[in-house]
Design a binder for this molecule. Structure first.
Ligand SMILES: [Cu+2]
Length: 222
């Protein structure tokens, strides 16, 4: 092989390695997509639907628990970032497909910060769930800066639960609804407070500390 060829091959291999490094870095830094609810009619209440699944089923972390957000067009998106207008009522519906367990902090069994400090499960109003009885709590939907916390009751762990997102209503699930009014503009962190990252230190690693799984941002815009 002549010198020119050696140089050419070396340059090509180096370029390929550099490109691979860039792709890797971008994917590691990449944030999940934002589902935008701001194009709906101004002033009207926004309907936001989420689902929780015990194992996402595909992708780089198929065993991780996850939230998903339904776009206004009805597509389930693997993200925990959504955008809503300021000072607007948000009606949240969460389709909860996971099993539950007793809470370590019983305070998280209480509904706070929502309209009338209440929520409904399968149409029935509730303000607190005793996680030490029944199926326990699967996840919470919490926005600490707004004082919002809603415990999501678990499904029977022995049932044939959905193991791959997006789950559909044919799998066992609970429907939890509540409302709140958005504050002024800002990025509001929201997350689950059940340490549901199974297999990670104290359950708080993995999906609990990765955007797009058990925590994200509500972007409130003017
Ligand atoms: Cu969780």
């Amino acid at each position: 092989m002549g010198l020119a060829w050696k140089v050419t091959v070396t340059v090509i291999l180096f370029a390929l390695a550099a490109a691979a490094a860039v792709v890797l870095i971008v994917s590691l830094l990449g944030t999940p997509p934002t589902v935008d609810f701001t194009s709906q009619s101004p002033g009207a209440p926004i309907n936001v639907s989420l689902q929780t699944v015990g194992s996402f089923g595909t992708g780089s972390h198929p065993t991780w628990v996850s939230y998903l957000v339904e776009s206004p067009q009805g597509q389930w998106v693997h993200t925990t970032v959504f955008q809503v207008p300021q000072h607007t009522r948000v009606n949240v519906t969460i389709y909860q497909y996971d099993s539950g367990s007793p809470l370590r902090n019983q305070q998280l069994g209480q509904v706070t910060g929502t309209a009338a400090n209440a929520a409904t499960i399968n149409g029935k109003a509730f303000r607190v769930i005793d996680s030490n009885s029944g199926n326990g709590i699967a996840h919470t939907f919490s926005i600490p800066a707004l004082g919002i916390n809603v415990p999501l009751y678990g499904n029977n762990a022995n049932a044939n639960l959905c193991g791959a997102a997006p789950c559909t209503s044919s799998s066992p699930h609970k429907v939890i609804r509540f409302s709140f009014t958005t504050p002024g503009p800002g990025n509001y962190r929201w997350q689950c407070f059940v340490p549901c990252g199974l297999g990670f230190l104290f359950g708080n690693g993995g999906p609990m500390s990765t955007l797009g799984y058990m925590g994200g941002f509500m972007k409130v815009v003017a």
